[in-house]
Design a protein around this ligand. Sequence first.
Ligand code: HL5
Ligand code: SIN
Ligand code: MN
Length: 270
Amino acid sequence: MPLTQQQVTEYHDNGFLLMESLLGPAEVRLLTEAFERDCAVTGPHLVTEDGGSRVRAVYASHHRQREYRDLLRDPRILPAVRQLLPEDVYVYQFKINAKPAFGGDRWAWHQDYLAWRIADGLPAPRQVNIGVFLDDVTEFNGPVIFLPGSHRDGLVHRERRAGAKSAQHLDPDDISLTPEQLATLVDRHGMTSPKGPAGSVVLFSPEIVHGSAPNMSPWDRRLLIATYNACANPPRPQHEPRPEYVVCRDTAPLRTRARHFSDALGTVAS
Ligand code: HL5
Ligand code: SIN
Ligand code: MN
């Protein structure tokens, strides 16, 4: 059991939990190299920053890069997810938000589950997100900001804005909270941003209110976000299902690997 009872309680109270330096530097290198390779694969899964050719987000890299596929079943990660969501799980969505140095854009204030309920008819918020820091995350390079405990209020609102940025993936701008809603929630919950070295992992609830500021620093802030969903809670789309790169189709239960994801690659976990 990777998490203590105290950590499990902390996750349920706050809506997130930071595991600092869970992965070692050599493992982070494997993951960033896989990201570089994956950015060379063109297609609709590659989302660019507004008005530019720089990468904003890449979806479904775990379908193309073995390091990511294995990481999702790593014995340090999957059992921790299962402690927080004690049922069979599969990976519903995988993305890497690049937030590049010198201008990576913001991610507006939102709740993930609203996006998935609207776009995919996901019946219940029975998900756990993992955020894997591919770079050191500091106060300077646009860390994710959480409103701790805000997941316990349920969905703050239920609509998508008109004029969505993309029909396929929802940008948080399309479902963002109003300034009034945010101000009220911040009064109640405050704000916090987990920071730490590359290789740290933050687990967070699909209902927690979160967002992040632009990155005007000289340091990238690449963040891998994978969403595990309960196998018994598959989406029920009202219309045409979204593409497989946004909503993974394989709902078979994930089994934990015996070894660290890096072991199969001949690298000693450090
Ligand atoms: N981009 C995701 C999707 O499913 C939704 C966002 O952080 C999750 C809001 O399209
Ligand atoms: C997100 O919530 O998907 C984006 C958060 C971030 O990358 O800062
Ligand atoms: Mn989000």
